[in-house]
Design a protein around this ligand. Structure first.
Ligand code: PAF
Length: 277
């Protein structure tokens, strides 16, 4: 596996890679969720490129950015073992050189949920993903369903700007007790880690209620709130039952919908979702 840290070096390395090219953008501190994206990319393409860049423009709280876990050496070992051809790990100056002054803002789908809770987050995500796609020019790019709104924002970005790349979604990977894999989980203490299973339990409870015939979005939200209220360490940020396409909050569920929530457990803010079909 080659490691490239500059745009020029990466472009030279990419020129020799057989197409189609699969690309997995990450912020590093890789877990099985990332590796499932890498496996999907490797299975569907002749070459695989992964980026590792903790993108400062998508973090609201400076603390969250500073505390975001990093372990580039371990990441590179995992990616080499997974058969990745090139890893692109630029520093901040390479992605945002002095004078950088262009940002990408996606409307509609980026406004509710995480967009409302974290102002500027999706502007940072859309900007860095647009730049990475321009630099790598992959045939396919892979994103986790765990960040369902991010996926919707990136699909809209690519459609609206006619970017020649296919966006592929990969299902959320979970720990055996249901907790969605996330690089942030490492910051949970043992008691917080145990409490964090409440996110997937709340989603499953609402899903079960839907399967039993409940169609009122507010009653499904209530099921999630009740489940969260039973966990003393959980401080809910939002619970949502939204249209799967527009991500607008629903009154009644009659088509594809997304159940999602954001919850603070100790110092860590976790998100999770499941699709209702
Ligand atoms: O999902 C992530 O890890 C990040 O938001 C991404 C897509 C790599 C952009 O920084």
């Amino acid at each position: 596996m080659q490691l490239q840290t500059t745009v020029a070096g990466l472009r030279a390395a990419l020129a020799d890679l057989p197409r189609p090219l699969g690309f997995v953008p990450t912020m590093g501190y890789l877990h099985q969720g990332h590796l499932s994206l890498v496996r999907a990319a490797a299975a569907e393409n002749a070459s695989t490129v992964v980026s590792i860049f903790v993108n400062p423009t998508q973090f609201g709280e400076a603390q969250d950015f500073a505390l975001y876990p990093r372990d580039p050496e371990r990441d590179c070992g995992l990616l080499a073992d997974a058969g990745v051809d090139v890893t692109f790990a630029p520093d901040e100056g390479e992605m945002y050189p002095s004078g950088f002054d262009t940002y990408v803002v996606v409307g509609g789908v980026s406004e509710g949920l995480e967009g409302a809770a974290r102002p500027g987050h999706f502007r940072g995500v859309a900007t860095v993903v647009a730049k990475l796609l321009n630099v790598v020019q992959p045939d396919r790019a892979y994103f986790g369903q765990k960040d369902a709104q991010q996926l919707a924002v990136i699909r809209k970005l690519v459609a609206d700007l006619a970017m020649p790349v296919e966006i592929r979604a990969v299902p959320t990977q979970r720990e055996p007790d249901g907790l969605a894999m996330s690089s942030r989980n490492v910051r949970l203490s043992p008691s917080e880690r145990a409490a964090a299973t409440v996110l997937s339990r709340a989603l499953r409870a609402a899903e079960a209620s839907y399967r039993q015939g409940e169609r009122s979005a507010e009653r499904l939200r209530q099921v999630m709130r009740q489940e969260l209220a039973a966990e003393p360490l959980a401080r809910p940020d939002y619970v949502s039952v939204a249209d799967a396409g527009s991500l607008r909050e629903l009154d009644d569920v009659h088509g594809p919908a997304l159940l999602s929530l954001a919850v603070r457990i100790g110092p860590v803010r976790l998100i999770d979702n499941i699709a209702l079909r």
